[in-house]
Design a protein around this ligand. Structure first.
Ligand SMILES: Nc1nc2c(ncn2[C@@H]2O[C@H](COP(=O)(O)OP(=O)(O)OP(=O)(O)O)[C@@H](O)[C@H]2O)c(=O)[nH]1
Ligand SMILES: [Mg+2]
Length: 294
């Protein structure tokens, strides 16, 4: 296992103004919604949860959906679903790009809303569509999910954070209205490792994080995992250091500077891309807490 002290590097503190505005807009839209669905990342079911969200959303009925499960370790996903269940919460695992896995979701959400209404003493049926807010960190797939539930590309989607800039209501045929919201982070990410993990998952703006540092972090995290397809990168097994990996990758792919020295920056980008495209395997970076229910 490779170990590096990442805490020696300063936090970026990336929390752009539009997120603060988005948070306010979410708070205002709250009174209109019956249910909030938070999308988290199946690869990091703890670290990709916004710790402030439950407070922001007060007592609204709340569901958690772990997206991008196609990139997470299936065994770990099962363990996370069980862990949530022990706490009396249901966690759904989703690959929101696959329409098949989404079937029945709006109906289920509608049922949750009806149950909540009954618990709160409502006796009359709802005379309007059920309204559901889709919230979560940037680039987690909120708009992709909304489009696939609608079976039309109405919400703008893109492989970087900050694509959705405003709340957008999207009516579904099943008498459900979805509110697509801009992704938000929280202003106080406490540790560099946490920030690097979110950057690795694509939740932070690319430009704010040093690519070589991020690739060092990825190398460390993969060195903790089994079944990494290191051969895709042209190395035999887990390297001894991130530099060894990048140097091997650069030489193998001809990513060289003038004079034949390895181009670490381009190698880091290639490494990150292979991981993000899922070619190195499926990994979950947050472990289920072992003792007790925290
Ligand atoms: N592998 C994988 N990729 C996904 C999944 N869902 C969405 N994506 C990809 O993730 C990227 C971001 O998707 P968006 O739907 O724009 O994400 P968003 O949460 O709306 O992002 P913001 O509007 O920036 O907050 C796109 O490149 C999608 O194709 C999934 O389940 N698995
Ligand atoms: Mg979006």
């Amino acid at each position: 296992m490779i170990d590096i002290d990442f805490e020696q590097y300063p936090l970026t503190g990336w929390f752009p103004g539009h997120m603060m505005k988005a948070e306010k807009a979410m708070q205002e839209a709250l009174k209109l919604v019956d249910l909030v669905v938070e999308l988290i990342d199946a690869r990091a079911p703890m670290s990709s949860r916004n710790p402030d969200l439950r407070e922001i959303l007060q007592n609204r009925p709340f569901l958690t959906v772990a997206n991008k499960s196609d990139l997470a370790d299936p065994k770990a996903s099962k363990a996370w679903v069980e862990w949530y269940a022990k706490r009396g919460e249901r966690l759904f695992m989703l690959d929101s790009r696959k329409t098949g896995t989404l079937r029945g979701l709006p109906e289920l959400w509608r049922k949750v809303v009806m149950e909540e209404r009954a618990k709160r003493g409502a006796t009359r049926p709802l005379a309007r569509p059920v309204r559901i807010m889709i919230a979560g960190v940037p680039n987690i797939g909120k708009s992709t999910l909304v489009n696939h539930l609608l079976e039309k590309n109405k919400a703008q989607v893109g492989p970087k954070p900050g694509v959705t800039r405003q709340n957008q209501w999207i009516p579904l045929p099943s008498n459900v209205e979805l509110l697509d919201t801009p992704g938000i982070l929280w202003p106080r990410i406490q540790s560099k490792r946490h920030e690097l993990l979110l950057a690795l998952l694509g939740n932070l703006k690319e430009e704010v994080v040093d690519k070589i540092l991020l690739s060092d972090y990825l190398c460390c995290r993969l060195s903790e995992q089994k079944n990494v397809k290191w051969d895709v990168l042209g190395v035999d097994g887990c390297p001894n250091s991130p530099d060894e990996l990048l140097e091997g990758l650069a030489r193998r792919r001809g990513l060289l500077r003038q004079g034949g020295t390895p181009d670490f920056e381009r190698a880091a980008n290639a490494f990150l891309k292979e991981y993000r495209d899922g070619r190195l395997g499926r990994f979950t970076f947050d472990l289920v807490p072992q003792c007790g229910l925290t």
